[in-house]
Design a binder for this molecule. Structure first.
Ligand SMILES: O=C(O)CCC(=O)C(=O)O
Ligand SMILES: [Mn+2]
Length: 204
């Protein structure tokens, strides 16, 4: 559950959508604090480019990523199982702030680095079985503001497009991952780097 402090804050607001919960905290970190975290994460995280197999052919995904988790937690995706890296001090610091705002604990975090507008992530839901039934996922954005889009799986008329500024926190909860897909589209416009951290609680 999101705690009262978060719900009562002037700086955070719920987005009115059916079949799921979505909250945005546009200035979760102030600009200077967000600048500092961007630099540290850019330098310190173990960024690498994963490859995915589509119809028997392998492709590099259009972004760099890094996966951190409590010891012993592993995560399966694209037929692979991977152990998370050990938390870094900067990540523990950010995680504590995010946990306080959400009133939730997180034991894992997927980081993405979008190098420019040619990087993005396609339509998907964060609905891996290890996340449990209705996961709360807290998504921190740093750097280049990018558009985050959602579309309802059944009702094709339902769409949402949100601009995620430097230092913002987006929280997804309720049945959102069952009923909606989300993506970060590529863009033709010249763009700088963006770092996104998604905090998750693995149940297994
Ligand atoms: O970069 C973002 O804002 C979204 C990333 C995302 O959806 C994911 O990593 O599952
Ligand atoms: Mn996602």
């Amino acid at each position: 559950m999101l705690n009262d402090l978060f719900m009562d804050s002037d700086a955070a607001y719920p987005l009115d959508i059916p079949d799921g919960a979505l909250y945005v905290y546009p200035a979760f970190f102030h600009a200077d604090e967000a600048d500092g975290y961007f630099q540290l994460l850019r330098e310190q995280l173990a960024w690498s480019q994963s490859r995915i197999k589509v119809y028997g052919r392998e492709y590099p995904v259009p972004r760099l990523s890094a996966w951190y988790a409590d010891e012993g937690r592993s995560y399966g995706y694209s037929g692979l199982r991977s152990e998370g890296l050990s938390w870094l001090p900067v990540l523990l610091e950010i995680k504590a702030r995010v946990e306080q705002a959400c009133g939730e604990d997180f034991n894992s975090m997927l980081a993405n680095l979008y190098r420019d507008g040619r990087d993005g992530v396609g339509w998907h839901a964060d609905d891996e079985p290890e996340l449990g039934e209705n996961p709360i996922i807290a998504s921190l954005s740093l750097g280049q503001p990018r558009t985050f889009q959602l579309k309802h799986r059944q009702d094709k008329s339902l769409k949402k497009s949100i601009q995620l500024p430097h230092g913002s926190l987006l929280i997804m909860g309720g049945e959102l991952q069952h009923h909606w897909l989300h993506q970060l589209p590529k863009s033709q416009r010249p763009m700088g780097e963006r770092i996104n951290l998604t905090f998750r609680q693995l149940r297994v």
